[in-house]
Design a protein around this ligand. Sequence first.
Ligand SMILES: [Zn+2]
Length: 270
Amino acid sequence: MGSSTPTCGPTRAEQVRTVRAKRRQSALHPTVEASVSSFYNGWMNDQKTRQIRSHCPNCGPGRYADVLASHVVNDQDEEIGIWAKTTSYMLKCGGCKTVFFQEEYLFSEDYGPDGRPEKHITYYPPPAKRKRPEWLPSLQLSEAALYSLLNETYNALDVDARVLSATGARIIFDRASELLRIDPTLTFKQKLDELRNKGHISVSEHAHLDILTEAGSAAAHRGWQPTADQLNTVMSIVETFIHRKFVLESEVQRLKARIPRRKKRRSKRP
Ligand SMILES: [Zn+2]
């Protein structure tokens, strides 16, 4: 017996990993190309409308959606006896009519608890982790830069980028305080004190915003990764602040201007 390394083929586990990696690569890129080319070849024509339950990016999970188009890719390795199936859908929500995409991926070696291949589902756009407030579009008209920062933070939340989301909330506060004419060179603590001194925020809101800026600092500089629930609290704080100062106040002013004034009473004659 020599000391040479024995030569043998890859183990079954290695084969599975290789095929899985190849399959995942092909599921990401060629499928998209195939969908686009199929679309322009009239792939959508003459399909009877059918519906499946899906996760609408606006309405949430479990919504019926019309199947505008579908595309199936089957892959099989007969030598080692494994297979994969990717089904792509272009869908239109039955409620809000939003068009979105769903991809279902089945791999013969990915078993679920019931012993059958487990279905992996991805959506584009990804389902929202936090519902955008209804007043957000109105902010786009009045404070476009602030809207853009909020929108980017919601996008970070959607892809579970928690550190970016927490720091995003602090940046939103920073920008908002500047719009309220607070000196941008001050520290966050000083900005909060100035906001309270100028009557922009109450004592309790000062305490809430202090937690928000601390959370942003901890995420940016101290390696803190907030949980989804903690992030929800941070977002509630920043949404309340932005809504009150940049949406509600102008709505109140408009309302005030439209309320008919009370007529002065005539003084009674003695
Ligand atoms: Zn919908």
